[in-house]
Write a protein that binds this ligand. Structure first.
Ligand SMILES: Cc1cc2nc3c(=O)[nH]c(=O)nc-3n(C[C@H](O)[C@H](O)[C@H](O)COP(=O)(O)OP(=O)(O)OC[C@H]3O[C@@H](n4cnc5c(N)ncnc54)[C@H](O)[C@@H]3O)c2cc1C
Length: 537
């Protein structure tokens, strides 16, 4: 089966939907998403979106905070563009029906939250459910739009590129590599559909599922980065994985984050004896940047042998806690933890990838007609460490720039017929009989990455991880060609590649900077390493 469209958008998070709503003004948009449309990291974002609204704040301060957080690797021009565009993008969300929280007794003034690394209050939020509110509003607008069709349970497998067509003798030109859409697995019907598109936009989010402990939903398996890399897109800075310091520690809680905003509003970290420990590690104490807090907790846990530390907000008035953090309050209460009366058990968990597909200020990659927006991209905004609440903002700003730029591309190639793509060839693949190999390899990758390529790294651990991943890759390759593709097998293949890319970048960087901490090179080396780590096929 073949579907033709002007724009193919892969992903229904803030990046994909924001792009689609703009792009639908100039052409038809097909959005594919591998599960239900709400199942995105965006939907779970709690804290909010960083932007300058307070009279006491200004663009230069937000720029300075972002650059400091990025430890010398941000692209300053991109930081300036994103920060300056912020207020307009927030107003646009409001006009699309997003209900942000306002100051008490004010219908005009946004309530601005405080988070680690920010020198001013600038987090625009909807209590502690910002992502859900944004996702809901954007989806509603997209579903109403006649130019947009959303395909749920459709998982993109690989991009359709000119080189693939040359290999099959369909086109002969050797000029610039170009993308013409993607092969997509219709998970319910178990068939592969060819989506032919003039513009393809990867908005597939992050890679958290590569680690044993993560705040990310299950969709975050790095598919877009893996697809892009296989097609020849340059990948950068994969060593910079952000670990969120405070995920709920409870045997039954899966991936539940305790927002940065809890520390921003006065939450204090304690060991199991009730002692504060952050003052030992940083002058900003509990408000230090995420990487410092995550590393401090990791060290405390390694020293004490304890399984978790505690985050205490119970000294704040009960009404304030319930009003400001209703979702965290209710969820913790569901696990018999009353956060108005007792501290919350927490551990660090993989949260965000600063690296990804290298893209320019318009979200363009090095392949023609292929864009990457949101967490899948490496734009230069975050450098070596993302400032809290800058990622939703990044997705909004780049979606707008990419839509403007790609509508120009579309105008110039709309009259040309789309090339004929080779149909998906399953070869002699048969059904998988033993899924145990898939689940075993999956589990092994996640443990390996947690233990050897986690918060603190060493050369020896990275070397061991590389050797193991190469073996797993070989097994997956055999499986991939012998068996009919399923979503589990596709995710496993992508996870193994993402693991390899993170290990490759981490091994290349011979220093510690931002989120990358290697005990064999504990200092920052500006003379040799103030540069991105870029790899490609
Ligand atoms: C718990 C949590 C809290 C957070 N809090 C904040 C916050 O307060 N502020 C902030 O700025 N950031 C926050 N972040 C980070 C932020 O939410 C994400 O970076 C952002 O939402 C990413 O948006 P996105 O559109 O790039 O991807 P996502 O929102 O993750 O969407 C990815 C989409 O791609 C689809 N997809 C993936 N692979 C495929 C495939 N192969 N085929 C088809 N579809 C595919 C998924 O199904 C999904 O629809 C948080 C993240 C988490 C997990």
């Amino acid at each position: 089966m073949e579907i033709e469209t002007d724009y193919l958008v892969i992903g229904t998070g803030i990046a994909g939907l924001s792009f689609a709503l703009q792009a639908a003004r100039s052409g038809t948009v097909a959005i594919v998403t591998k599960k239900e449309m709400m199942e995105t990291s965006t939907n779970y974002a709690q804290g909010g979106i960083a932007s300058v609204f307070d009279l006491d704040d200004n663009f230069e301060l937000h720029i300075k905070d972002t650059l400091e957080s990025g430890c010398g690797l941000c692209n300053e021009a991109v930081v300036r563009m994103v920060v300056r565009d912020g207020p307009a993008r927030i107003r646009e969300l409001i006009s699309m029906g997003v209900n942000f929280s306002h100051k008490p007794e004010s219908k005009e003034d946004l309530d601005l939250g405080m988070e680690g690394g920010h020198s001013r209050r600038r987090i625009v939020h909807t209590k502690d459910m910002t992502g859900r509110e944004v996702e809901k509003a954007l989806l509603q607008r997209a579903e109403e739009n006649k130019n947009i069709t959303i395909y749920e349970d459709h998982m993109a497998i690989d991009l359709i590129t000119k080189s693939k067509m040359i290999k099959r003798g369909i086109v002969t030109s050797e000029s610039t590599e170009t993308c013409w859409g993607a092969y997509v697995l219709d998970v319910r019907e178990e068939r592969v559909i060819t989506f032919l598109a003039r513009i393809t936009v990867l908005c597939t989010g992050g890679v958290g599922k590569i680690y044993l402990y993560t705040s990310n939903p299950d969709i975050a398996s790095g598919d877009g980065i893996a697809m892009g890399y296989r097609a020849g897109v340059k990948v950068a800075n994969m060593e910079f994985v952000q670990f969120h310091p405070t995920c709920l520690y409870h045997p039954k809680a899966k991936n539940f984050l305790i927002s940065e905003a809890v520390r921003g509003e006065g939450g204090i970290l304690l060991d199991k004896n009730g002692n504060r420990f952050m003052e030992k590690y940083h002058p900003l104490k509990d408000l230090a940047l995420r990487d410092i807090v995550a590393r401090s907790i990791d060290l405390e846990l390694k020293k004490s042998g304890d399984e978790c530390v505690y985050l205490d907000i119970s000294h704040k008035p009960t009404d304030f806690i319930k009003e400001r953090f209703p979702h965290i309050y209710e969820t913790c209460l569901g696990y018999q933890i009353d956060i108005t009366k007792e501290p919350i058990p927490v551990v660090p968990a993989a949260h965000y990838i600063c690296g990804g597909l290298l893209s320019d200020e318009n979200g363009m990659t090095n392949i023609s007609n292929l864009y990457a927006i949101g967490e899948v991209a490496c734009t230069g905004l975050h450098g070596a460490n993302r400032l809290a609440s800058n990622s939703l903002l990044e997705a909004l700003v780049f979606a707008r720039h990419a839509a403007e730029r790609s509508s120009q591309d579309l105008a110039s190639n709309k009259s040309l017929p789309l090339p004929k793509a080779p149909v998906w060839d399953p070869g002699s693949a048969t059904d998988i009989e033993e899924l145990v190999v898939v689940s075993h390899n999956w589990d092994e990758i996640r443990r390996l990455m947690w233990n050897y390529v986690g918060i603190v790294r060493t050369n020896k651990r990275l070397k061991r991880a590389r050797a193991r991943i190469e073996n797993i890759q070989a097994e997956i390759k055999e499986y991939y060609w012998d068996f009919i593709v399923s979503s589990d097998l596709l995710e496993l293949r992508n996870l193994a590649l993402i693991a390899e890319l993170i290990i490759m970048c981490a091994s290349l960087r011979k220093e510690s900077r931002g989120l990358h901490y290697n005990l064999d090179y504990p200092s920052q080396d500006d003379e040799h390493w103030r540069q991105d780590t870029v790899i490609w096929i």
